[in-house]
Design a binder for this molecule. Structure first.
Ligand SMILES: [Zn+2]
Ligand SMILES: [Zn+2]
Length: 251
């Protein structure tokens, strides 16, 4: 797999103090994609065709809905719905045909001339689940995040200034740690992968412990005997811990 290098956004994210710079990048991407899908890009015929085909996941439909461009979203949803109806009619016909054949012709079933009803129904179920899981925004975010993860590894490997910045960062959230491991496995030699892990794992462990400590300070603050103790950086330890665990930037 070949990825393009895109260093400026990665450097920008590393200049902000956070539990995971890739979370910041993903958060910005999501915001930009939601805006662009309700703006000019949705008028491009390529994008329109892709939206009609896949639609969006529940999370991204909700973000689009909350963005308050109801006409834009209604137009987009309408053409997607029309395409879905066509596909649904074709897919459901296959399962209804199989049901009918099952009840009418035992002989055909014995000779295997009919598609087995339960097989057809299970394919139909799978088709619905796949259809429901498709999302153009998720796809685009995932492609660009692969590129950002690759760029992070590339900078770590080739730019000593970045390596220093990286080594004073807090590692990644679990989600983006897995992503960088995936990209490292795809693009680096085993020797480099091992060097990468030797840098990243101690950071992860150090900042897990950091959050552990800050979260206890935060919890103690609810104890009236300790309520006057200053919280300092532990003030936002809950959203940062949630981000570290889930990859969801809680702004
Ligand atoms: Zn992250
Ligand atoms: Zn999505």
């Amino acid at each position: 797999m070949k990825y393009h290098i895109d260093t400026i956004p990665v450097w920008d994210a590393y200049h902000q103090e956070s539990e995971c710079p890739l979370c910041i990048l993903e958060h910005n991407l999501e915001k930009n994609y939601v805006e662009s899908f309700l703006g000019a890009s949705v008028m491009e015929s390529d994008t329109r065709i892709q939206v009609n085909r896949s639609g969006f996941c529940p999370h991204h439909f909700k973000l689009l809905y909350d963005a308050q461009n109801r006409l834009g979203l209604a137009l987009m949803t309408h053409t997607h719905l029309k395409e879905l109806i066509g596909k649904f009619e074709r897919q459901s016909k296959a399962v209804l045909d199989a049901a009918e054949q099952k009840s009418s012709s035992i002989i055909d079933n014995i000779f295997g001339r009919n598609k087995d009803f339960s097989e057809a129904l299970s394919e139909f179920e799978e088709w619905i689940i796949t259809q429901h899981g498709q999302c153009l925004i998720c796809d685009r975010i995932s492609n660009t995040m692969n590129r950002y993860a690759y760029t992070t590894l590339y900078l770590w490997d080739t730019d000593s200034e970045f390596k220093k910045t990286f080594n004073s960062s807090r590692g990644f959230c679990l989600n983006h740690l897995a992503l960088t491991i995936k990209i490292a496995r795809e693009t680096m030699s085993s020797k480099k992968q091992a060097l990468w892990l030797a840098d990243v794992i101690p950071l992860q462990i150090k900042f897990f412990h950091n959050l552990d400590h800050e979260l206890s300070l935060f919890i103690n603050k609810f104890d009236y005997r300790k309520k006057d103790k200053p919280l300092g950086s532990a003030k936002d330890s809950l959203p940062r811990t949630l981000q570290k665990l889930t990859g969801k930037y809680m702004d």
